[in-house]
Design a protein around this ligand. Structure first.
Ligand code: FES
Length: 124
């Protein structure tokens, strides 16, 4: 059973579960501000469920990469869309601030300021 580290919490889920659903079920914030109301509910359209991941999740699709390219800063921060990620094993999740989750100056998790040089270590 994979564990999901988010902030100072450790969540658990089954292999193959959707990361967004796991986070929402555990009341872990996936969205910031107005995005809590106007998001696409996990349909992979709005781009507001961005998270940075380290661990074992599904590869990003061509579609997800294209959508992330439309969000300034998302690629340089190595973000993924939680609604398009399937959990394969243990994962550490970071959520940055701002509507699009790209404001690493207001990072709320892991107690340190992120930099664009912090690339994710993604395993599959
Ligand atoms: S919830 Fe809209 S793209 Fe993920």
């Amino acid at each position: 059973m994979p564990s999901i580290r988010y902030s100072n919490r450790t969540l658990s889920c089954d292999v193959g579960e959707n990361l967004r659903k796991v986070l929402l079920r555990s009341k872990a914030p996936v969205y910031n501000g107005v995005a809590r109301i106007v998001n696409c509910r996990g349909n992979g359209i709005c781009g507001m469920c961005t998270v940075r991941l380290r661990g074992s999740v599904s590869w990003s699709s061509t579609y997800e990469n294209a959508l992330l390219r439309l969000i300034p800063g998302a690629n340089s921060l190595g973000l993924r869309l939680a609604c398009l990620c399937t959990v394969h094993g243990d994962v550490a999740v970071e959520k940055f601030g701002g509507t699009w989750g790209t404001d690493c100056d207001s990072q709320r998790h892991f107690g340190r300021k992120a930099t664009s040089g912090d690339l994710p270590n993604q395993q599959h």
